[in-house]
Design a protein around this ligand. Structure first.
Ligand code: PBG
Length: 325
């Protein structure tokens, strides 16, 4: 055979492959989600997320220091609110001394350079488990946005570097931006969950925070997974409204959306490799059906190759260890 193009030349050895590799994961690509609970010295494994924990503030702080020393530069905070503090309006979300606000302060005190992002949505605080205020069995947009804007200012006041609205209400990015400006928080960023789909892959997360919706589902605010054009529309609008970073969520069933969004916007794109995606790899690995380490790196590399500069993932720590090998 005489060929003038032999594609295998570039694949022949690890060194050659390294030379032409297009996508390289870096510890600073990762955003580490953290689940925080009340108490001290408490660490609880999440049943549907083996190897992942809810921790009290003290142990969360210790973990953040460890992450920093590994080269990780960003954490995304979620809190588990006590049942007796939940109501329809998410009142506890605005408590200046609430668990979220105390967590932000403790982390920024101990590790001031770590970029701290906070989840902004009502579901952990809602007696209905919905991301917004409920009236007559509907999730109402505009009153919810008012609370989200106040919640964002409260997080900024506690020291958050970025607020991350994950609620999918209309107009919330603009409202948050204006509220931050008005309160003088001109250095607080917004990472918007711009294209967040109504997905079954959030199941384990809702166990982690005990935040499953009490009635109905989230399809009147989160997007229909059949749709593509809507993702671009949502993302472009969020950028216009002042989002600094936009997010696509979940990740692996939405790689086409990540690519399309990355091509459409001029801001960094993040993707959320969600709890169900974590659980699937963990379960298959436990059964001996997948090589966990290989599945982690291949998944995360695929998400980055699709166009995500940042990846929120429960595998961040594992990935950094594997990259350093
Ligand atoms: C809530 C929120 C969810 C996740 C992040 N923020 C759950 C939901 O929308 O029901 C999911 C994260 C994951 O599954 O890992 N606003």
């Amino acid at each position: 055979m005489q060929l003038i193009r032999r594609n295998r030349i570039l694949r022949q050895s690890p060194a050659t492959r390294a030379l032409v590799s297009e996508t390289i994961l870096h510890p600073a690509d990762f955003i580490v989600p953290m689940f925080i609970i009340e108490g001290s010295k408490v660490q609880e494994e999440i049943a549907s997320m083996p190897g992942y924990f809810r921790r009290s503030i003290d142990l969360t702080v210790a973990e953040v220091k460890e992450l920093w020393n590994m080269g990780i530069r960003c954490v995304l905070l979620f809190i588990k609110c006590k049942d007796e503090l939940k109501d329809n309006k998410g009142t506890e979300a605005l408590n200046p001394n609430g668990l979220m606000q105390r967590s932000i302060k403790a982390i920024k005190d101990a590790c001031p350079d770590m970029v701290v992002m906070t989840d902004v949505a009502l579901d952990p605080f809602s007696s209905f488990g919905h991301d917004g205020i409920v009236e007559n069995n509907e999730i109402v947009n505009d009153p919810t946005v008012e609370v989200l804007a106040k919640m964002s200012v409260s997080h900024a006041m506690a020291g958050a570097d970025f607020v991350a609205p994950s609620d999918m209400m209309d107009g919330r990015v603009l409202a948050i931006r204006l509220a931050l400006e008005e309160a003088g928080y001109t250095k607080t960023g917004i990472m918007s969950y711009s294209a967040k789909y109504a997905s079954c892959f959030y199941g384990p997360f809702r166990d982690a925070l005990d935040s499953a919706p009490g009635f109905g589902d989230k399809k009147t605010y989160q997007m229909d997974y059949a749709n593509r054009i809507e993702a671009v529309k949502e993302t472009l609008m969020d950028v216009e409204e002042g989002a600094d970073i936009v997010m696509v969520k979940p990740a692996m069933a939405y790689l086409d959306i990540i690519r399309e969004v990355a091509d459409a916007v001029q801001v960094p794109v993040s993707a959320y490799h969600v709890s169900g995606e974590y659980a699937m790899i963990k379960a298959a690995a436990k059964m001996g059906w997948l090589d966990e380490n290989k599945a982690i790196i291949e998944s995360l590399t695929g998400i980055k190759r699709a166009g995500a500069k940042l990846i929120a993932t429960y595998f961040a720590k594992d990935a950094v260890k594997l990259l350093n090998r």
